[in-house]
Design a protein around this ligand. Structure first.
Ligand code: SF4
Length: 64
């Protein structure tokens, strides 16, 4: 799985980071960072929850 974020849509509310903190992080500069673009399979459930939690539909999960 590859994680894509539409940073133009993201408003850095951190909801994805709350679901998957080892994959998404909102830093002090108020930007979202993707820590793992290709998260291991054990993280897929929480990454999926993070994508579903995004109110801006900014997170896309691509099959690889
Ligand atoms: S949940 Fe969506 S809008 Fe919020 S920080 Fe994550 S990608 Fe950005």
């Amino acid at each position: 799985m590859r994680v894509r974020v539409d940073f133009d849509s993201c408003d850095s509310n951190g909801l994805c980071a709350a679901e998957a903190p080892t994959v998404f992080e909102v830093r002090d500069d108020d930007f979202l960072y993707v820590l793992q673009e290709n998260p291991p399979q054990e993280l897929w459930p929480e990454v999926t929850r993070a994508a579903n939690a995004c109110p801006k539909f900014a997170i896309t999960l691509e099959e690889r």
